[in-house]
Ligand binder design. Structure first.
Ligand SMILES: C[S@@+](CC[C@H](N)C(=O)[O-])C[C@H]1O[C@@H](n2cnc3c(N)ncnc32)[C@H](O)[C@@H]1O
Length: 152
């Protein structure tokens, strides 16, 4: 299981997700451009703990990420409010990449359409969305539970 961040735009959310992935032994893909510097040096300068415990792969663009993913034959599962499949009802596989969108704008339509599957966290009526790091934590937890990845 991997977590991919589509053009992350809020450093604090990214820090939270990197820490989550360090603690759960999940590798992270950062799809650039990001809204802030995402180099190792920039993360260290920001005082990000756990950096040595998480495997981060940076991709210069969506196209570069897609090329790498397809070469590895991994399924892409998009977390989105625009899906009908509730995440616990989805059958995750160990090689899946869970993709989360920008805090400000989610993902564009072409990225939405490129995903092999789309899952949602059902929410109370009329509410817009969860914080991206919270959504990532909930879905990753379920995906790892299903695939036996919680025993790190
Ligand atoms: C704050 S939301 C983006 C909101 C944005 N205004 C939109 O319309 O997509 C940031 C990301 O968190 C994830 N997310 C938030 N709430 C979610 C939910 N209920 N189900 C699945 N993913 C969710 C998605 O990956 C989303 O792209």
């Amino acid at each position: 299981m991997r977590l991919a961040l589509y053009q992350p735009d809020i450093p604090q959310n990214t820090g939270t997700m990197l820490r989550l992935c360090a603690c759960l032994a999940v590798a992270v893909d950062i799809i650039e451009p990001a809204g802030f510097p995402v180099s190792d040096r920039a993360f260290r300068r920001a005082g990000l703990d756990y950096l040595d415990a998480v495997a981060i792969t940076r991709h210069v663009s969506w196209a570069a990420f897609e090329a790498a993913r397809r070469a590895e034959g991994r399924r892409l599962v998009l977390a989105t409010t625009r899906a009908e499949t509730s995440y616990p009802a989805f059958a995750f596989a160990p090689g899946d990449i869970l993709l989360v969108g920008r805090e400000s704008a989610g993902v564009p339509d072409d990225v939405h359409d490129a995903a092999d599957a789309r899952v949602t966290i059902p929410m109370h009526n009329g509410l817009r969305s969860l914080n991206v790091a919270v959504a990532a934590g909930m879905i990753l937890g379920e995906a790892l539970r299903q695939t036996g990845g919680l025993a790190v």
